[in-house]
Structures are given as structure tokens and as C-alpha cells.
Design a protein around this ligand. Structure first.
Ligand SMILES: Nc1ncnc2c1ncn2[C@@H]1O[C@H](COP(=O)(O)OP(=O)(O)OP(=O)(O)O)[C@@H](O)[C@H]1O
Length: 227
């Protein structure tokens, strides 16, 4: 199989502008299946916009983003948002919070296979023992792992982390990223990791795209100079 055939996502001559401001143009880049791909760049350079384009929530000004239909559909994308603290009185347990993603309007209870899905996601994120913990009273790292558990419930082929570890303490950041790296290694889950945290990028990332006002560069994280 050729290298190109392994691409799970291709940016094809992508251009995005808001009013007269060009965020990027002529962006041609493949993300390979199983990559740990880091999206870098200072505030306002268009990282979140690129994810919205990928999710189909925005339309490119020109070019396109191609998702390899033999490898995934939009339903195979898991998304872990920026860390949001949850009010202390938020009444759901971690387990019920994770299961929320499966709730149906017709049937308020979970089927046996859905319960198994929740259990597996809690086990993979090391939350099974903590499942009865009230979400609002969980630690920052536990809350973020609960979001990660939600995002991996459907065993996504692509997992996007949008500065998800930015406000966690050092240990919790590495705990969350170790779990993500395990999914990447063992399940070949492709990761897109948006971060400003160079030590994390250096430790876990394989390839990167760095956005600058109106331009970009990409390559292997190992080749990226420290400054
Ligand atoms: N719907 C919109 N209409 C007009 N301008 C927008 C819109 N969405 C984003 N922008 C602008 O596009 C630029 C890129 O925004 P974006 O949120 O993608 O940047 P970012 O790199 O994710 O920034 P941050 O690191 O702060 O999250 C910003 O200047 C923003 O104000």
C-alpha cells in the first residue's frame, strides 16, 4: 500500500479567510492513520477554525478537507474540549456523566451493550473505581478524564483534543496524555492535539502543523527546534 493510501485526512489546497483576513491558503497536507498530530500556533492563528472545517461546521473559502471514507466517517470523530471546570454542586456521578452521551429521548435507560461501552471507557481512562464520584467534586484530572471517556465511548478513529490539558496541573496533564498515547499506540487511534505546551508536544507528538499569521509550516516533531 502506498503512503498516500494511508492518509486518513487530506487538506487539499485549503484556504480560509474571514472578511479580508487570510488564515491559511494553499494548505496541502496529509494526516496519516495512527499519527499523533500536533496543531500549534499562537492565539488567533486559526487552530480551532481548522477543526471546525474538519468537522464540517465551517465551509472553506477554497479547497477542501477530505476524510478517507474507507477509514472513517464524521461519526468516528471524538472531541475533547478545552478544560472547563464544573460547578461543585453538579449532581451527576462520573459514570452518569460519561453515559450522558448515550442518552436517548425514547428510552431513558441504557442497554446491556451500552453499559458495557461505558464500563470499557471508564476502565480505559482509569475511572472505574471512581465512577460513583460526583462529577462536580472530582479533581481537575478526573473531570478531564471523564470528558476523555465520553469522547472514546464510540471508539473513535480520530480523537481531537482541543487544548484539553491546558489548565491541569503537571501530573494530571501527563496522566491524561499517557492514556491518549496508549489509545494511539494500541488502537491506532489518530490523534489531533491542539496545544501550546512544548514539553507535551515533544514527548507525545509525531507530526505537527504550526500556524502563523497568514502562513504555516509542518513536519516531524523530532525535527522541530526547541525555539
Ligand atoms: N465566525 C467567525 N467570523 C469572523 N472571524 C472569526 C470567526 N471565527 C473565528 N474568527 C477569527 O479567526 C481567527 C482565528 O480564530 P481561531 O479561534 O480559529 O484561532 P485559534 O488559533 O484557535 O486561537 P486560540 O489559540 O485563541 O484558541 C481569529 O482572529 C478569530 O477572531
Amino acid at each position: 500500500m502506498t503512503e498516500a493510501a494511508q492518509a486518513i485526512i487530506s487538506f487539499v489546497d485549503l484556504k480560509m479567510t474571514f472578511k479580508n483576513r487570510v488564515l491559511y491558503e494553499h494548505l496541502n497536507l496529509d494526516i496519516q492513520k495512527g499519527d499523533f498530530f500536533c496543531l500549534l500556533g499562537s492565539n488567533g492563528t486559526g487552530k480551532t477554525t481548522l477543526i471546525y472545517l474538519l468537522l464540517g461546521l465551517l465551509t472553506p473559502s477554497d479547497g477542501k478537507i477530505w476524510l478517507n471514507p474507507e477509514m472513517m466517517t464524521k461519526n468516528d470523530i471524538g472531541y475533547v474540549p478545552q478544560f472547563r471546570n464544573i460547578e461543585e454542586n453538579y449532581p451527576l456521578s462520573i459514570e452518569n456523566f460519561v453515559a450522558l452521551k448515550l442518552s436517548h429521548s425514547l428510552r431513558p435507560w441504557l442497554s446491556r451493550s451500552e453499559r458495557l461501552q461505558v464500563r470499557q471507557a471508564l476502565e480505559k481512562t482509569n475511572l472505574w473505581q471512581k465512577r460513583k464520584q460526583i462529577m462536580g467534586k472530582a479533581s481537575g484530572g478526573e473531570k478531564q478524564r471523564a470528558y476523555l471517556a465520553q469522547a472514546i465511548l464510540n471508539q473513535p478513529k480520530l480523537l481531537i483534543l482541543d487544548e484539553s490539558t491546558a489548565s491541569l496541573d503537571q501530573q494530571s496533564k501527563y496522566d491524561v496524555l499517557d492514556l491518549v498515547a496508549k489509545l494511539n499506540r494500541e488502537n491506532q487511534t489518530t490523534i489531533i492535539f491542539i496545544s501550546h505546551d512544548w514539553p507535551l508536544v515533544k514527548k507525545y507528538g509525531k507530526h505537527y502543523l504550526e500556524l502563523f499569521p497568514g502562513k504555516f509550516k509542518y513536519g516531524k516533531v523530532a525535527d522541530l527546534a526547541e525555539n
